[in-house]
Design a protein around this ligand. Structure first.
Ligand SMILES: *Cc1c(COP(=O)(O)O)cnc(C)c1O
Length: 830
């Protein structure tokens, strides 16, 4: 029964609205149902309760939010600004309840109102404002910044349509628009009065000012307005509540006014439409050649708004000036997407604030830090010079000036080394000229870091080698991490309870405390609880898979999971080749005793990535054949979880026995999925790539299934003229596997559908799938053997989790704060 009549409470004003006890929460939900949602009691559904509870929770964060800003401003403390084109935040309600410490109170309050909180939580539509790992990393870092009480602002883009929703039709990926804002977003607060103008296109004018100094002004042919939308980011068990500011594009002039003036109503509306296009849609990555003007505009748009906002805070809201920018703000570039910020800050300081170049440059370099996320040459951003110059004419001039001064420095340090100068230039002069954004980010930052130890070493040895030789002191490593609040406490409530019972609740803010679990590794009772939890998580995932893809999985089987974006370098097809090999063995020898396994996949392919989309089809095709064949389906099954996202990730990572991290060595910068699996007690089968190296170090090599070529071996094989066909010739089973796939065995006789995939493997195999195949298949045999010894497996599972403390994003953020940002904690009192 819902009672919508407001009863005045004899409590202070602010606790009526924001008290943390059951009564206050219940009252707050009722108030929001009445005053914010406004539906009659009889029409209320769980989604209305979701919105009412979300608003009630947001009110409670808002008190902390106000106090957090006030405290760091009063104390004049330095703030981290995390610039990222993507924030893959995931559902907010559960995380905010956890961080505020009001999960139980909310459950009880909703219970009194006749609602089941789990049903209400399931109503949330997650903001899919990211592609995968990079965007999720940004979200984990915001959680850790707030939890570590570091003042921070996340800056990004409020895409109207996030990453597409994936459906599987007849085994193929079908993309559906992600209309995440249709039912409103209770977490954001629109700030129409926080808005900035962003120029685009046009030309520059050089002139001499009254004091006789050379000046430049930019005369754009377009102006777009950016409006701020703020989402609070609550720290765990602290009062700190930071903010994620996302910019949304608007037309500058009111089109109604313009229409009256010109009489051309429709032209004016079109202007509005094109301006708003800027933040309409998130570009899928891995798309070959998204070198599109709109993408550059998106990047410049959000960076320009963010830097104007930062400068406004320094100049107008503190008693400082832009000269103090590096003392007030550390601005981190999450990959090269925001790297135009280097030129934009120079433009603001030199053209608008009239600082001289050298001082402006010193401020810029001291302000920025740059995180590199990839060594893949095709993923390193460059812009065609012509497109860049037409779009950002003033920034191109500034980049030329930066380059001119920078290359002089290079020539001074390395006289006569013209080749080095050509390699390091911000402009690639080979072929069609292009602006190299990674070089701009590196030259414009005081610190450059990779995201895992191996990746940072490779950076210094390959793509940024010349820069490392010039400025070794700028280079550091910060290995990625993930938030234990979301990826352990929320995703795995069973394990959370066991940890709380066994080592106390401290692990949630200090994941290194998990090592205390090691003391119980040989305790049979603890082992049994551990297994029961894993089993329950597997049942939960099996239910979800049954309802989403119709595949029935037995939770007593080994759950072998590969979830991540579909990409050739991540080698989902290597996994499939092994499945087909098992299928082939079982068909040859139906009595074969192999450990029963469920192979589970999930991940989106970029809509324009031809081979990746065929890999999705292959997984589903093999699944259809395997799952329906009684000769094999009591030993192996294959399931594809559609639409892998943060929400279903909560169900997936905790259900894994085996984590597939099988990228070609040297290609995966870090990976973070690998860490989420480890924390939840999965064993890894993996190559020496990205953070796998450190995962194996921490877990101990005896608790990790290692296979495959090392980075050095990959390079040697490639240098010697790799011939994938040699591997096919040498391996009869591999031959059989490939011919099953190309014969149409999994595609109802269609021999065309997988030909591009098999041909690519046979004739070029750029990611050495076939070179690693035999080692992978052998390693999978070791996995099967190990699975037979349940106690030994449980022990390894416990040890993986117990030794995963390093992979908390709290550790990573503490390192960024100490080594790169110089941002200290600020205790917030409310
Ligand atoms: C963690 C995560 C990723 C990154 O996975 P990798 O295995 O590191 O590539 C991608 N998408 C989602 C939804 C995630 O939660």
């Amino acid at each position: 029964m819902t009672d919508l009549v407001h009863t005045p409470q004899p409590t202070p004003a602010h606790s009526v609205r924001t008290g943390m006890d059951v009564d206050a929460l219940k009252q707050s939900v009722q108030d929001h149902l009445r005053y914010s949602i406004g539906r009659p009691a009889a029409a209320l559904k769980p989604e209305h309760y979701y919105r009412a509870l979300a608003l009630a929770v947001r009110d409670r964060m808002q008190d902390n939010r106000v106090a957090s800003t006030q405290t760091s401003m009063d104390l004049g403390r330095k703030v981290t600004c995390y610039l990222s084109a993507e924030f893959l935040m995931g559902p907010q309600l559960g995380s905010n309840l956890l961080n505020l410490g009001i999960e139980a109170a909310a459950r009880e309050a909703l219970g009194i109102l006749g609602q089941d909180i789990d049903e209400v939580l399931a109503c949330e539509e997650e903001p899919g404002l990211g592609n995968g790992g990079l965007g999720r990393l940004a979200a984990c870092y915001l959680d850790s910044l707030a939890t570590l009480e570091r003042p921070a602002i996340g800056y990004g883009i409020r895409y109207e349509f996030g990453i597409f929703d994936q459906e599987i039709h007849d085994g193929w990926q079908v993309e559906k628009t992600d209309n995440w804002l249709v039912n409103g977003n209770p977490w954001e607060i629109a700030k129409p009065d926080v808005n900035y103008r962003v120029n685009w296109g046009g030309h520059t004018e050089h002139y001499t000012d009254d004091a006789g100094r050379h000046r430049v002004r930019w005369l754009p042919d377009r102006v777009i307005k950016g409006v701020a939308y703020d989402t609070p980011v609550q720290g765990h068990a602290v009062n700190t509540c930071n903010v994620l500011t996302l910019w949304s594009a608007r037309a500058v002039e009111s089109f109604a006014l313009e229409a009256f003036n010109t009489g051309d109503y429709y032209r004016a509306v079109e202007e509005e439409v094109t301006s708003e296009t800027v933040t309409k849609i998130l570009y899928p990555n891995d798309e070959p050649d998204i070198g599109k003007r709109l993408r550059l505009l998106q990047q410049f748009f959000f960076v320009s708004c963010s830097l104007q906002h930062i400068v406004h805070i320094v100049e107008d809201l503190s008693d400082r000036s832009v000269h103090d920018l590096p003392q007030q703000f550390a601005v981190q570039l999450n990959d090269t997407h925001p790297s135009i910020g280097v030129a934009e800050l120079m433009r603001i300081l030199v053209d608008e604030r009239h600082l001289d170049w050298d001082e402006a440059w010193a401020i810029t370099v001291a302000t920025f830090g740059y995180t590199n996320h990839t060594l893949l040459p095709e993923a390193l951003e460059t812009w065609p010079l012509a497109l860049f110059g037409e779009s950002l004419p003033r920034h191109l001039e500034i980049i030329y000036e930066i380059n001119h001064r920078f290359l002089d420095e290079v020539r001074l340090r390395f006289p006569g080394d013209g080749d080095r100068v050509r390699r390091m230039s911000l402009i690639d002069e080979d072929g069609g000229k292009r602006v190299r954004m990674a070089h701009l980010a590196t030259v414009g930052s005081h610190a450059v870091n990779g995201v895992a130890a191996l990746h940072s070493d490779l950076l210094k040895a390959s793509v940024l080698k010349d820069f490392y030789e010039l400025w070794p002191e700028r280079f550091t490593n910060v290995t990625n991490g993930v938030t234990p609040r979301r990826f352990l406490a929320l995703a795995n409530p069973g394990l959370r309870r066991l940890l709380d019972d066994t080592i106390g609740a401290g692990w949630m803010s200090d994941l290194s405390r998990l090592t205390e679990v090691e003391r119980h590794v040989d305790d049979p009772e603890f082992q049994q609880r551990w297994r029961d939890i894993k089993r329950a998580n597997k049942s939960r995932l099996a239910d979800y898979i049954r309802s989403t893809s119709g595949v029935d999985l037995d939770p007593s089987w080994l759950f072998d999971i590969q979830v991540k974006r579909i990409h050739e370098y991540k080698r989902q097809h290597l996994n499939v080749l092994h499945i087909v090999a098992l299928y082939h063995r079982l068909k040859q020898n139906p009595g074969l005793d192999i450990a029963p396994r469920a192979f589970i996949f999930g991940g989106k392919a970029a809509p324009g990535y031809f081979i990746a989309k065929r890999i999705v089809k292959l997984i589903n095709a093999v699944g259809e054949t395997v799952n329906n064949d009684p000769d094999v389906n009591d030993h192996i099954k294959v399931a594809f979880v559609p639409n892998f996202n943060v929400q279903n990730a909560h169900l997936i990572y905790p259900a894994a026995d085996l984590s597939e991290q099988i990228s070609t060595a040297g290609k995966e910068a870090s990976g973070t999925g690998n860490m989420k699996f480890m924390i939840n007690g999965a064993l890894t089968i993996g190559t020496l790539d990205g953070a796998n190296v450190e995962i194996r170090e921490e877990a101990g090599p005896e608790n990790f299934f290692l296979f495959g070529l090392t980075v050095e071996e990959v390079e040697r094989v490639k240098a010697q003229g790799y011939r994938p066909a040699d591997h096919i010739e040498a391996d009869e089973e591999l031959r059989a596997v490939l011919s099953l796939i190309s014969s149409g065995h999994f595609s109802h006789g269609d021999t065309d559908v997988f030909r591009p995939l098999v041909d690519s493997l046979t004739y070029s195999d750029p990611f050495l799938v076939l070179a690693d195949y035999a080692a992978y298949a052998q390693c999978q045999q070791r996995v099967s053997d190990a699975w037979h010894d349940t106690d030994a497996w449980t022990r390894m599972s416990i040890l993986n989790s117990a030794r995963s403390g390093k992979f908390s994003s709290d550790r990573a953020i503490a390192q960024y704060c100490d080594d790169i940002w110089n941002v200290a904690p600020v205790t917030v009192r409310v």
